[in-house]
Design a protein around this ligand. Structure first.
Ligand code: F6P
Length: 552
């Protein structure tokens, strides 16, 4: 398959020698085929793999040679990746536009470690909050926490959006096997009232506790849902305001707003401005996760994160999993012009993992200017997407195999199933290996003809192959493995952002829509005929909505 050619200006813009070298090197590599690369090196599949922190990472089915790797590693050096990693772990304010440290790694630092923010060790605070979360979870899990009427809590509903929702949902689904089944967990995020209505419709307010999760405690969707939850809860509990203390807890950095909402500050679980929303699932934002899986499992999750952090911080780049993944992502994004990456977990419990990764990757690296505020003369973050296997195979894999676009894929699989059932697991994993093999090697015209295919049908049945993939294989999906997996992607995102010289930790791009919505809400709710001063399309849509809404 001919890879799309990028405009020369885009490639040459970066003045780093390795970047230009990679641009010329790409011309050679684009003529190679994985069939040839494997044929010429019988050990390629064993050489191009890294085994670390419990992962077997096979990157041999990528369109790369040893020279590609050498140049990508050189690019990492020329981009000061090492210094940037050290700056993050030292608590420097690497989120330059918000003047904040970026220290999600401190959330999983062991008790006794020291990580400084503005000269203060934050690790003791992290553990104080973890202890408070563990204490709270034990009360809920044992039934000791009573609601307003004296009944134990059976339903826990997390209200939050973005990083205050996607991580908790993903982790709950991923670790459901380890969860306390006597408790029911739900997640309300969308400002669409349907989300709230469906999540609460079968629940008894006397047995329901809400966790209002919001870093800022000002987010429109979350505060609207939280107010509806308060009204629903009060209506079901006789309107007694004292019930709020028994049925609402908050996770936030904003104690003033939490108190103003009416939640007892004693029931607030704190985190800090040096934790980005999309990097917060292992902070107090993970309270619902901790309640679901219990303190020991949550600690195992944190240990997994920490092991990957240490691997990222200390391992030479050529055997550093997040660095290799990040470099390969840049290779396809900037030299092959690939616009997307598919993440394909072959584990039903990871069904929300691609959705979680979308915020992590795209809110982080969807940036159009450099750290210095200059327009980036090259493409930054690709679109991440995916579905769990094998479902995707019967849907969009056709395009990955035979479409005209190059889509690098990450396959994720586990050797041991959590729900052994006959031959299911071997069948599942056979599909992972089969897909990566088919993508890489395809099926030639000669092979298709040799099967007796009529000439007219041959082109339709040819698979060009040469389609790249990574395979991440681990023993079993455990809390510890999940922590490692999430940290793997977090640090891969960091690596990519460092190479693109962008701020991976701000998200100004979400602001404009929020501001405009605040202006439009009163125009929709206005009982009179509001004066509209948007563009003609927006004005017409508002008028039509108002008319349709009023019609019988
Ligand atoms: O979408 C923008 C954003 O700020 C995300 O970065 C964040 O995860 C989400 O909104 C929710 O914010 P908060 O936790 O403050 O409610």
């Amino acid at each position: 398959m001919a890879a799309p050619v990028q405009p020369l200006a885009k490639r040459s813009a970066l003045r780093r020698p390795a970047w230009s070298a990679l641009a010329s090197h790409y011309k050679n590599v684009s003529k190679l085929h994985l069939r040839q690369l494997f044929a010429e090196d019988a050990k390629r599949g064993e050489r191009m793999r890294v085994e670390a922190v419990g992962f077997y990472f096979d990157y041999s089915k990528n369109c790369i040679t040893d020279e590609t790797l050498r140049l990508l590693l050189q690019l990492a050096e020329e981009s000061d990746l090492r210094a940037r990693i050290d700056a993050m772990f030292r608590g420097e304010k690497i989120n330059v536009t918000e003047k904040r440290a970026v220290l999600h790694v401190a959330l999983r630092a062991p008790r006794g470690a020291s990580i400084l923010v503005d000269g203060k060790n934050v690790v003791p605070e992290v553990h104080a909050v973890l202890d408070k979360m563990a204490d709270f979870s034990e009360k809920l899990r044992s039934g000791a926490w009573k609601g307003h009427t004296g009944k134990s809590i059976r339903n826990v509903l997390n209200i939050g959006i973005g990083g205050s929702d996607l991580g908790p949902v993903m982790a709950y689904e991923a670790l459901r096997h380890y969860s306390q089944r006597a408790l029911t967990f739900g997640f309300i995020s969308n400002v669409d009232g349907t989300d709230f209505a469906e999540a609460t419709r079968d629940l008894d307010p006397a047995e329901t506790l809400f966790i209002v999760s919001s870093k800022t405690f000002t987010t429109l969707e979350t505060m609207t849902n939280a107010r509806s939850a308060r009204a629903w809860s009060l209506a079901g509990l006789g309107g007694d305001e004292r019930s709020v203390a028994k049925h609402f807890v908050a996770v936030s950095t904003n104690a003033a707003e939490v108190t103003a909402f009416g939640i007892d500050p004693a029931n607030m679980f704190e985190f800090w401005d040096w934790v980005g929303g999309r990097y917060s699932m292992d902070s107090a934002i993970g309270l619902s996760t901790l309640v679901a899986i219990g303190p020991q499992n949550f600690q195992a999750l944190l240990d997994g994160f920490h092991q990957m952090d240490e691997h990222f911080r200390t391992t030479p780049f050529e055997v550093n999993l997040p660095v290799l993944m990040g470099l390969l992502a840049v290779w396809y994004n900037n030299f092959f012009g690939a616009q997307t990456v598919a993440v394909l977990p072959y584990d039903q419990y990871l069904k929300r993992f691609p959705a979680y990764l979308q915020q992590l990757t795209m809110e982080s690296n969807g940036k159009h200017v450099t750290l210095e505020g200059k327009p980036v003369p090259y493409d930054t973050g690709p679109v991440y997407w995916g579905e769990p296997g094998t479902n995707g195979q019967h849907s969009f894999y056709q395009l990955i195999h035979q479409g005209t676009r190059l889509i690098p894929c990450d396959f994720i699989a586990f050797a041991k199933p959590l729900n052994p059932l006959g031959r299911h697991h071997d069948m599942l994993v056979a599909n992972v290996f089969a897909q990566t093999e088919a993508l890489a090697f395809g099926k030639t015209r000669e092979q298709v003809k040799a099967e007796g295919t009529p000439d007219w049908l041959v082109p339709h049945r040819v698979f060009e192959g040469n389609r790249p993939s990574n395979t991440i294989l681990a023993e079993r999906l455990t809390p510890d493995t999940l922590g490692k997996l999430v940290a793997l992607y977090e640090h891969s995102v960091f690596t990519q952002g460092a190479l693109w010289n962008i701020d991976s930790f701000d998200q100004w791009g979400v602001e404009l829509g929020k501001v405009l919505a605040q202006r439009i809400i009163p125009e929709l709710e206005n009982n009179g005929e509001p004066v509209l001063s948007h563009d003609s399309s927006t004005n017409a849509l508002i008028r039509r909505y108002r008319r349709l809404r009023q019609s019988q």
